[in-house]
Structure formats: structure tokens, C-alpha cells
Design a protein around this ligand. Structure first.
Ligand SMILES: [Fe+2]
Length: 372
């Protein structure tokens, strides 16, 4: 039986079969599920900055993709968010924005789509960026951040119209980036002091834009203004600290940083999931409100099915599925012991506390998938 394995783009080979559609910037399908990769397709994926792809593998039997938000919903949200961002980028004059009555309705509809899928799952799991190319980053990021933030918000009792205000704000939290020079925004490498200041303006600019749009509430706009504030008062733009930061801003900061770290960017590779989590842990109480880091950890499953993993005792394999008994100790399908192939077997980490995950990373590749 075929099933899923996540393979970094560098390790893709012609003849492998895609297990998931790959989507471009506008949310349209670039390569379809079941396509057999050729050298030309692989070159295209590299050129588009795709970090990894999900392929069918006959060795990892019965590992199915797990995704809290259905791919077609992700596609629709990315497409429609891009349209909204493009509209604002095109004309952000007061005259234009004050007539943009459809925006709040459109964003509210996207919120409904996302919330429905999120509510149906016990724990949130997102496929990181495997489905989308790098040019879709801003929209995919806004969608992921919204999913993470809503989960944290719900854990802290947000419901009804308050949760909707939060969701609308999180979908639009980076809308100020439409006002920042694209070259500066996408520049790889270290930024100059003035470029950094230029990018930081997206918080205030986003807030100003959102307040001009009919139907966007004051708390929603606060998401744009305060998502880069830090709990210890060292963030921007207002250098607020502790509870002076709006609760929306404090929740959003956790979601925003996690997704940014877990994504491939032009200037660095994505953090492995456990390293991104470690970053949140280490910055509890300084960058982040500790309560929201704890909720994030309890409600988000950071190990996507099919992800390569290296364990203690010379074991390696792929994540088979989440174990509801312990969200951070998944079931692993072991494929190798000390670099030698073994007959695949499942190891429940929730029952083997002596076995640790040493690495979980698309770039781990000391065993070759057995192809399509
Ligand atoms: Fe931002």
C-alpha cells in the first residue's frame, strides 16, 4: 500500500509521485497530486522556492496526510486573501478604503471557513509550507497564523463575536506590508538599519489602514498594531509591556513567530518543528506571555505525518501519526536502525519515554524512499 513521505526538494528524484497538489502564489494548482516528477518539474519547484514536497512512497505504508484545514479551503483562503491584499496595495487612499464595504464581509467569510475546520479537530496540525511555493508566503503565513491564534484564543475562552474580531484581525495583521517597498520586504540577507525601520512601519500602517475600512473593529485593528510587541517591553512600535499589550497582540505574537520560524524564507531555512517550539519555550516571559505559549504547546501538533525523524538508539523513520495520549510524543514508523534498513515497525513514543526525538527535519535523508 502506498502512503505519504515528506521529502526535501534537494532529494526529489524523477519518477517520484506527488501525494499532494502544489499551489502557486495565487492559490492555483501548479502541479497536481499523482503527477510523476520529471527533472523539469523538479527544476520548477526549486525555482519557485518550494522547501519540500509530499510524495507517495511504497515503504511507508498507511501513513496518511493529516491536515486540520482541508487543502481546498487553504487554496480558497489564500486566493481570496491575495485579492484583498492586492486591492489594498492598488489604492490605499481614504476615499478608496472608506468605500471598501465588501472587505469585512469577505474576511468574515474566510474566518468562517477556517473556524469550521479548526473546530472539528482535537489538535491543530498544519502542513507547514509544503503545499505552497515561496511567493505565496504572505498569504499562507496569514492563514497559518490565524489558525494557530484561534486555537490559542479558544483555549482562553474567546467565543462568538470576540473570536471573530480576533480572526479578522489575524487574517489582516500584516496588511501594512502592502505599503512597504517589495524589494526591501523580500531582500535576502541582513537589512540595514533604515530598511529595518521601514519594515517595522507595517504595524502602524496596517492599523491606520484597517481603521479606515468600514466594518473593521478597533480590536481587529489592534492585531496589526501590536503583533510585534514583546512581553518585556522590547518590541515595536509602542514598546508596550505585559498586560498593556492588547491580549490579541500577545496571542498573535506566539502564533506569528512560530509560523515564521517554521517556514522557509529567502534568507534562511525553516526551523525544525521541535526547534521552533524550543524557541517559544526559551522566550516565555521575555518575548511572549507564558500563558499563551503553554496553550500553543497543548493544542498544536507540530509533527506532520510523513516527516522524517531521527531518534535515540540509532533509530530513524517517519512520523506515522499523532498519539492523542501525548501530543509531543507521536507514533513513529521506524525504517532504519543504525543506518541499516529494517522491516518497518511502529514505535509509540508515548509508551517509550526513554526514546527521544533528536531531529525532525525534511532534510534528514539517510534512507532513500522506495519511489512511486
Ligand atoms: Fe508583522
Amino acid at each position: 500500500m502506498k502512503s505519504l513521505r515528506i521529502v526535501s526538494v534537494e532529494h526529489l528524484q524523477s519518477g517520484m509521485e506527488l501525494a499532494q497538489n502544489i499551489l502557486g502564489e495565487d492559490g492555483r494548482v501548479l502541479l497536481r497530486e499523482r503527477v510523476i516528477l520529471t527533472d523539469r518539474f523538479i527544476a520548477l519547484l526549486k525555482e519557485k522556492g518550494l522547501p519540500f514536497a509530499c510524495i507517495q512512497d511504497s515503504e511507508t505504508y498507511d501513513i496518511q496526510p493529516e491536515e486540520s484545514i482541508r487543502p481546498e479551503i487553504q487554496q480558497a483562503v489564500v486566493q481570496r486573501l491575495k485579492a484583498v491584499y492586492d486591492r489594498v496595495a492598488q489604492d490605499s487612499s481614504i476615499q478608496s478604503l472608506s468605500k471598501y464595504h465588501q472587505l469585512s464581509g469577505e474576511i468574515s467569510a474566510l474566518y468562517d471557513l477556517l473556524l469550521k475546520d479548526i473546530e472539528e479537530n482535537d489538535r491543530l496540525v498544519l502542513s507547514l509550507n509544503s503545499m505552497f511555493t515561496n511567493d505565496a508566503y504572505l498569504y499562507k503565513h496569514s492563514m497559518n497564523v490565524t489558525a494557530y491564534a484561534l486555537v490559542v484564543g479558544m483555549a482562553h475562552g474567546l467565543t462568538g463575536s470576540r473570536l471573530r474580531e480576533f480572526g479578522i484581525g489575524t487574517l489582516l495583521h500584516d496588511i501594512g506590508k502592502t505599503q512597504v517597498d517589495k524589494e526591501v520586504l523580500n531582500r535576502p540577507g541582513k537589512l540595514t538599519e533604515s530598511e529595518r525601520r521601514e519594515i517595522e512601519k507595517h504595524t502602524q500602517m496596517g492599523y491606520d489602514l484597517l481603521l479606515k475600512i468600514p466594518g473593521v473593529s478597533f480590536p481587529s485593528a489592534h492585531c496589526a498594531l501590536e503583533h510585534h510587541e514583546k512581553y518585556d517591553g522590547t518590541g515595536y512600535p509602542l514598546r508596550l509591556a505585559g498586560e498593556d499589550i492588547h491580549e490579541f497582540g500577545r496571542m498573535l505574537a506566539v502564533a506569528d513567530v512560530y509560523d515564521a520560524l517554521a517556514s522557509n524564507r529567502t534568507y534562511r531555512k525553516a526551523f525544525a518543528p521541535q526547534d521552533a517550539l524550543q524557541y517559544l519555550r526559551e522566550n516565555k516571559g521575555t518575548h511572549f506571555d507564558p500563558a499563551y505559549v503553554d496553550s500553543f504547546m497543548n493544542h498544536v501538533n507540530v509533527y506532520p505525518n510523513g516527516m522524517p525523524v531521527k531518534l535515540t538508539y540509532g533509530l530513524s523513520g517517519v512520523i506515522a501519526r499523532m498519539d492523542p495520549a501525548d501530543v509531543h510524543r507521536p507514533v513513529v514508523l521506524v525504517l532504519n536502525e543504525y543506518g541499516f534498513k529494517v522491516r518497518p515497525y511502529e514505535l509509540e513514543l508515548s509508551k517509550h519515554y526513554d526514546v527521544e526525538i533528536l531531529a525532525c527535519d525534511v532534510n534528514l535523508f539517510d534512507f532513500a524512499p522506495s519511489g512511486g
